[in-house]
Write a protein that binds this ligand. Structure first.
Ligand SMILES: Cc1cc2nc3c(=O)[nH]c(=O)nc-3n(C[C@H](O)[C@H](O)[C@H](O)COP(=O)(O)OP(=O)(O)OC[C@H]3O[C@@H](n4cnc5c(N)ncnc54)[C@H](O)[C@@H]3O)c2cc1C
Length: 453
């Protein structure tokens, strides 16, 4: 394999992609701008620096989707997981990591490889030829972000994620909520019933506003807010502007009739919109927020119908550069308009260290297969890695696309009787199926390689 693979960004994704490609025999150059050019969050010049918490979250590979992602990356010989395991700290069921030793070891391991070279410097333009992976993360430098924006169009690259909370559909109490689009708009029955509605009477609305105003909020980092506030206000900021603002905004009750109480006009209505093709996840429309996570669950569970809601992710607003991947990337993570460039990591619209590293692992393997002319079959959507990549490159609604953590709501449902009472059995069925399919996919990759050699 003569072609050199260029990887821009030596973070979680770039480091894993480099490892996968180098292990398969490709020459790799990692272009990392730190420490020459810094970001507001990174502290060192090491590769794979963990910028905030030192946790890879749950390590339970039977009952937890991120634990399953750990399992898949370990099975694929991933560097990030091997280093996390080597520098593990006691943390109960979570995988906590000694961050400095971890990043140092990733850096030393990669730079010790004869076919990996690190070039320090900022990449400011999209390359015209060669094989490239761009893994520059949520804090992609301004010049490169501008170059990407010129290529993709302004609407296809976001600089903030204003995330509304996402709820598992099967945790909504449908004896209180109902499905209806405002004014029954839509050509088909599916469109006319596209939204899930949760009604509030006056007292419930007033109590909700009080809870919003009193809730604990997180603060913005310095320099983080520029260009954001015009776009989409957090609900608590709307509530601060006036107690009625939300009732005239995302919570307006017009054009809706509650079939459970058709004669009573709701004072306010919270609407949830389908978030994936499977219909397992719903986002709360217009509910981006800077409330702390604990406060969010407390406040949102006061909404009638959401008393027992399980959240696939909570809301937030962060500095985050990410692509509208459903429109821009193909299922092999290639930029449709320039297929010699792949994207990986958080910039593809996944969220978190582990998810970012997983997209790096996949991009590295896909780049190797392409360079060598191997036939790498499509990654099964039943695996954690596959569920994520399927979501970002097609399963998610492009219009409302926001970064996503791995969760079981992204997986095609398993056929198990017993509903929620059987959640442990259901999660075990998801993870058993994923492990079998992931192992098969890895083996198919090896077979493709052997056939080509
Ligand atoms: C403030 C903050 C806090 C976070 N906290 C957490 C957390 O607690 N837990 C969690 O799971 N996730 C957290 N995240 C998300 C986390 O950043 C990502 O999950 C993960 O680090 C992303 O991996 P990545 O490889 O995509 O990007 P990164 O790990 O950020 O790596 C990208 C690399 O690209 C480099 N780079 C950028 N632009 C260029 C360029 N033009 N040329 C060359 N190099 C460039 C950067 O220096 C960086 O090293 C946080 C993100 C931020 C911004």
């Amino acid at each position: 394999m003569a072609e050199t693979l260029h990887i821009v960004g030596g973070g979680m994704a770039g480091s894993e992609a480099a490892w996968q490609a180098a292990q398969a025999g490709l020459d790799v150059v990692i272009h990392e701008m730190r420490p020459l050019v810094e970001t507001f969050a990174h502290q060192s010049g090491d590769l794979a620096e963990m910028v905030c918490s030192n946790s890879f979250r749950s390590d339970d590979d039977e009952q937890n989707a991120v634990g399953l992602l750990h399992w898949e990356m370990r099975a694929a010989g991933g560097l990030i997981m091997a280093m996390a395991d080597r520098h593990r700290l006691p943390a109960g069921g979570a995988l906590a990591v000694d961050r400095e030793a971890f990043a140092r070891d990733v850096t030393q391991t990669l730079t010790a490889l004869p076919n990996v070279r690190v070039e320090t410097g900022e990449i400011t333009a999209l390359p015209d030829d060669g094989a490239w992976i761009i893994a520059t993360g949520p804090l992609t430098s301004g010049a490169l972000a501008e170059a990407i924006r010129t290529e993709t169009g302004a609407d296809a690259l976001a600089f903030f994620d204003a995330i509304a909370p996402i709820v598992h559909h099967d945790s909504v109490d449908m004896s209180k909520a109902w499905m209806q689009s405002r004014y029954d708009k839509g050509e088909t029955e599916e469109e006319r019933t596209a939204y899930l509605n949760c009604p509030m009477d006056r007292d419930q609305y007033e109590a909700f506003i009080d809870a919003l105003l009193a809730a604990e909020k997180t603060e913005f980092h310095e320099g983080e807010t520029a260009g954001y506030f015009d776009g989409c206000l957090p609900i608590e900021v709307m509530a601060e502007r006036g107690r009625e603002t939300l009732r005239h905004g995302p919570m307006k009750p017009v054009g809706l009739t509650n079939p459970h109480q058709p004669d009573i006009k709701a004072h306010a209505v919270v609407q949830l919109r389908r978030d994936n093709k499977l219909g397992t996840l719903y986002n709360i429309v217009g509910f981006q927020t800077k409330m702390k996570y604990g406060a969010q669950t407390d406040v949102f569970r006061t909404i009638p119908g959401l008393e027992n809601a399980r959240f696939a992710r909570l809301g937030g607003i962060h500095r985050n550069t990410f692509l509208n991947s459903p429109t821009l990337l193909d299922d092999r993570l290639r930029l449709r308009s320039r297929p010699h460039i792949r994207f990986a990591g958080q910039i593809t619209g996944v969220e978190g260290y582990v998810e970012s590293a997983a997209m790096g692992l996949l991009a590295g393997r896909l780049a190797v297969a392409e360079a060598a002319g191997w036939d790498l079959p499509a990654i099964p959507a039943t695996t954690a890695t596959g569920a994520l990549v399927t979501h970002i490159t097609g399963g998610a609604d492009a219009k409302t696309f926001q970064p996503m953590n791995v969760n079981f709501g992204l997986f095609p449902p398993v056929d198990l009787k017993g509903g929620r009472r059987n959640r442990p059995a259901r999660y075990k069925a998801y993870t058993d199926r994923a492990k079998a399919d992931w192992s098969q996919w890895l083996n198919a990759g090896h077979a493709g390689r052997a056939a080509a050699e």
